[in-house]
Write a new protein. Structure first.
Length: 133
């Protein structure tokens, strides 16, 4: 069941950031899909569906790890644990924007707000799965 939560939350985050990038022209979806800074694959051009597949794989892995860590600490039923973790993940990943010229500027307040809003929305999916247990 955890992999489904990771998959769906990846779809939601991707859809949210894609829609907001289309609406605002702030390249937050591009940041989500960006692999420019990874050795070897950074210089390759991938079709959109391959980049999105990378994102979904990372999303599934992060949800699995997050759930396992929170379960060991007996926090898997605590809503605030998911909110804090998602905010932290968003804050830690956003600075990778400095590694590419296709992504938002690090000082873009609008990009930060959209990025964090997208990551905060995900608590709903994580918590929904935790309540099913």
């Amino acid at each position: 069941m955890i992999w489904i939560v990771g998959f769906v939350s990846g779809l939601v985050l991707g859809g949210f950031l894609y829609a907001l990038q289309q609406w605002t022209a702030i390249p937050v979806y591009t940041l989500l899909m960006n692999v420019d800074y990874f050795p070897v694959i950074g210089g390759m051009n991938f079709p959109n569906w391959v980049e999105f597949s990378f994102h979904l794989g990372v999303s599934v892995a992060i949800v699995w790890i997050l759930y396992r860590v929170l379960t060991k600490k007996h926090l898997e039923q605590k809503l605030m644990s998911y909110i804090y973790c998602n905010a932290a993940i968003g804050l830690l990943i956003f600075p990778t924007t400095m590694l590419s010229d296709r992504t938002p500027e690090i000082g873009s307040i609008e990009a930060w707000l959209i990025w964090l809003a997208g990551h905060m929305v995900l608590w709903y999916f994580y918590m929904g799965d935790a309540e099913d247990r």
